[in-house]
Design a protein around this ligand. Structure first.
Ligand SMILES: NC(=O)C1=CN([C@@H]2O[C@H](COP(=O)(O)OP(=O)(O)OC[C@H]3O[C@@H](n4cnc5c(N)ncnc54)[C@H](O)[C@@H]3O)[C@@H](O)[C@H]2O)C=CC1
Ligand SMILES: O=C([O-])CC(=O)C(=O)O
Length: 352
């Protein structure tokens, strides 16, 4: 009897999580950690969304985790909610619940949209993902205009400008609060450099600048911070590493052979970047991450480089630092493509 009573209680606790099912939280004395931060994941049932939900549930800074998708959120929500970490997990399904998913949220992470198949470029995703990101950002402008926004959906070089234009149109744009997530490029750079030099990747921190597609991804291999004496690469190593980092996404797409792109490493990278944003929101000082943001570091209007994070988002965009001839050439080589992708996003959002 005692056992079955306990089971009934657990069932109600988990099934309240989808607000559409009409079961209330009456049986729960606590309504969730009041002092933490509220996070929403849009696209939470996807390949990235699911492991990212798991990692955010485990983040002690999160008090409420809202999981939104157009399919399958009740199952993902029930599953993740059973993990014994303090964040309260709530599921939201379909566009009618978008605004409820976003109300009062401090940080929104967007991994919604289709992934690549072999032979596709990230730009090939524009047709479908541009509209998805626009719709979701319209929801953010309505329901949580002060939230920090982390855009993962590809092509990032265009989806971030789309998000900015949606917010401008709504009168809610604050460039400090909008970030394209390029952390996976840094994660890959650290891993591949560590492999070549035979060090623990935790000791390596390679700034990766530019954008998030092919030649627009530029690792500054002359600046792998934290290592003394500084690492010097041969020409052969520099070419190998730059090429592998620029094509890391394609490497995974081809290995997955039509079943998707990076999901686990991306969830790890997104959780790392989200954690940096949350710690900055909490007032921690000295947090610096690479991200694709509105920028004046080059003549391009958006650019990924090292950004100092603070309570209001991007506090300071740090200069690129001294570049080698190889890196200067890489920077020049990316400009046309990156500007084109940015213009394409702006054009899409302003002509609609
Ligand atoms: N920024 C980066 O470094 C990376 C970006 N990506 C991108 O992330 C995106 C997601 O990739 P996966 O999770 O592998 O794809 P997926 O197809 O496994 O999951 C996407 C999820 O988005 C949902 N979705 C579709 N339309 C939606 C809408 N209107 N509102 C809410 N949710 C919606 C789908 O139902 C699905 O659950 C892709 O565009 C991919 O290219 C992937 C890896 C790295
Ligand atoms: O390559 C893709 O399509 C997904 C992605 O952005 C990455 O893994 O860096």
């Amino acid at each position: 009897m005692a056992e079955s009573r306990a089971r009934g209680r657990l069932w109600r606790m988990s099934s309240h999580l989808n607000p559409s099912d009409g079961v209330s939280m009456e049986v729960c004395r606590a309504k969730g950690g009041a002092t933490g931060l509220r996070v929403a994941i849009l696209g939470a049932a996807g390949g990235i969304g699911q492991p990212l939900s798991l990692l955010l549930k485990m983040n002690p800074l999160v008090s409420t985790l809202n999981l939104y998708d157009v399919v399958n959120t009740p199952g993902v929500t029930a599953d993740v909610s059973h993990i014994d970490a303090s964040a309260v997990v709530r599921g939201f399904l379909g566009k009618d619940q978008l605004d409820s998913a976003l109300e009062g949220v401090d940080l929104v992470i967007i991994p919604a949209g289709i992934p690549r198949k072999p032979g596709m470029s990230r730009d090939d995703l524009f047709k479908i993902n541009a509209g998805i990101v626009r719709t979701l950002c319209e929801g953010i402008a309505r329901a949580c205009p002060r939230a920090i926004v982390n855009v993962i959906s590809n092509p990032v070089n265009s989806t971030v400008p789309i998000a900015a234009e949606v917010f401008k149109k709504a009168g809610t744009y604050d460039p400090r609060r909008l970030f394209g997530v390029t952390t996976l490029d840094v994660v890959r750079a650290n891993t591949f450099v560590a492999e070549v030099v035979g060090l623990d990747p935790k000791l390596i921190s390679v700034p990766v600048v530019g954008g998030h597609a092919g030649v627009t991804i530029l690792p500054l291999l002359s600046q792998p911070l934290q290592v003394t004496p500084a690492i010097r690469f041969s020409d052969e190593e520099r070419h190998y590493l730059t090429n592998r980092i620029q094509n890391g996404g394609t490497e995974v797409v081809e290995a997955k052979a039509g079943t998707g792109s990076a999901t686990l490493s991306m969830a790890y990278a997104a959780a790392k970047f989200a954690d940096a944003c949350l710690r900055a929101l909490k007032g921690e000082d000295g947090i610096v991450e690479c991200s694709f943001v509105a920028s004046q570091v080059t003549d391009l209007p958006y650019f990924s480089s090292r950004v100092k994070l603070g309570r209001n988002g991007a506090e300071e965009i740090l200069p690129l630092g001294p570049l080698t001839e190889f890196e200067r050439k890489g920077l020049e080589a990316m400009k046309k493509e990156l500007q084109g992708s940015i213009d394409k996003g702006i054009q899409f959002a302003t002509s609609a």
